[in-house]
Write a protein that binds this ligand. Sequence first.
Ligand code: DQA
Length: 148
Amino acid sequence: RKVLVLHGPNLNLLGVREPQHYGAETLSTINARLVDIGQQRGATVEVFQSNREYELIERIHATVADGTDFIVINPAAFTHTSVALRDAISGVKKPFVEVHLSNVHAREAFRHHSFFSDLAVGVICGLGAKGYEYALAHALDYSVPEAP
Ligand code: DQA
């Protein structure tokens, strides 16, 4: 099993950026833990962060040919803005869980809408970095639902 964990813009600043919303851990600490959990379960976990919409779209397209079974994605601010990123993940037809560190519904109104949630297998928000671990646990247990 191969799981791709995608992080959108500004998540490279984790640990420094608004720790009241996003916690004190750095992205590299979080990523290292996710890769480690994958190894323990005999799965490959690949992580990728970009501040560029184009690079995230290209990485999603690459999943068609690279053996990715499942995507865990925190689209960050692109959650609320990017039809292009939505179309990319819809186009490759990979199951995915949407993760947000903060509880976006308890914050500004512009964070309440997501271009991803209706396509996602599930959505986790407000549980901090643990949310990625829960999403990964789901990805590792996931079996493709049978067609009706
Ligand atoms: C975020 C929430 C978004 O509204 C925000 O733009 C982010 C991070 C989160 O993880 O809580 O950059 O996706």
